[in-house]
Ligand binder design. Structure first.
Ligand SMILES: Nc1ncnc2c1ncn2[C@@H]1O[C@H](COP(=O)(O)OP(=O)(O)OP(=O)(O)O)[C@@H](O)[C@H]1O
Length: 261
């Protein structure tokens, strides 16, 4: 059972603490949504958990310090879908998705049957079969976001960290992406997903982790941590939560008035 355990992770940058003693666990069978306002430290926490930030504290993957693992060993265990997804040069959609197999020894134009199966599965799960031979520089922003998601799925890892995977997507593809992540978890993997859509997070996640000002303020099931008081504390908004059979709806009524200096 793969488990990523972050303990007391802190990161300093620009002369201040941008992540303060954050502890969080990601295990297989759980979909965890990481929430918080812009600049709260969500990406920094994700990167610290992956061992790619200069940090104090520890992040351990199955008991081993993540920084002691080779990039290939790490990539076989955790797929990472970053918020900024550079592509050095245009390639076909299929070739970019195949990059997800790199840690398994695959190279462009040299896929084993198992690699090809994983690539085809990820392409069709993400609705990309019709675009498989298109060059990535001809895609819309949302189509390209799905290509990166497919690349992460193609890796076939037991754990995944995805930074705003639905940010550029229309409502149908947002729903589809969250359903895919849910299925990935229900099939036995674990995912930590950074989201700004609280209702989507509440509908699909098992646990919500709430961050503000570099700190984790709460970590627990939706039923325990999603409250109107929490939305005020974390986001500075007066909001109503309306429960429905399809998950909660969040109506923002007004921002909390800020004290004038
Ligand atoms: N290298 C750096 N130097 C200075 N400040 C940094 C550096 N990296 C990050 N920060 C700051 O740390 C804070 C946390 O950044 P981070 O990207 O983790 O936030 P976030 O919660 O992911 O935000 P968003 O929702 O806007 O993506 C921000 O205020 C950011 O400007």
């Amino acid at each position: 059972m793969a488990e990523l355990v972050a303990s007391n992770l802190s990161v300093a940058a620009g002369g201040r603490t941008i992540l303060a003693e954050a502890s969080v666990t990601l295990r297989q069978g759980e979909l965890v949504a990481l929430l918080g306002p812009n600049g709260a430290g969500k990406t920094t926490l994700a990167r610290a958990m992956l061992g790619v930030e200069t940090q104090t504290g520890s992040s351990r993957l199955d008991g081993m310090a993540i920084t002691s693992l080779s990039p290939i060993d790490r990539a076989r265990m955790i797929a990472y879908l970053p918020q900024i997804r550079p592509l050095a040069w245009p390639a076909t959609v299929r070739d970019v998705v195949a990059l997800g197999r790199y840690a398994h020894g695959a190279a462009i134009g040299r896929l084993t049957g198992r690699d090809a199966e994983a690539v085809d599965g990820a392409l069709s799960a993400c609705d990309l079969q019709p675009l498989a031979n298109r060059s990535t520089d001809t895609l819309s922003g949302g189509e390209l976001a799905r290509v990166h998601l497919a690349r992460a799925f193609a890796a076939g890892t037991p754990l995944m960290i995805a930074d705003e995977p639905v940010a550029a997507l229309d409502p149908r593809h947002q729903f589809q992406t969250m359903s895919l992540l849910r299925r990935y978890v229900d099939d036995g993997s674990g995912a930590l997903v950074i989201l700004h859509d609280i209702a989507l997070a509440a509908r699909f996640a098992d646990r919500l982790v709430w961050m503000k000002d570099g700190r984790i303020l709460a970590d627990g099931p939706v039923s325990e941590t999603l409250t109107e008081a929490r939305l005020e504390e974390v986001y500075g908004i007066h909001a109503r939560i309306i429960e429905s059979a399809d998950g909660p709806a969040i109506i923002v009524r007004s921002p909390v008035a800020q004290d004038r200096p």
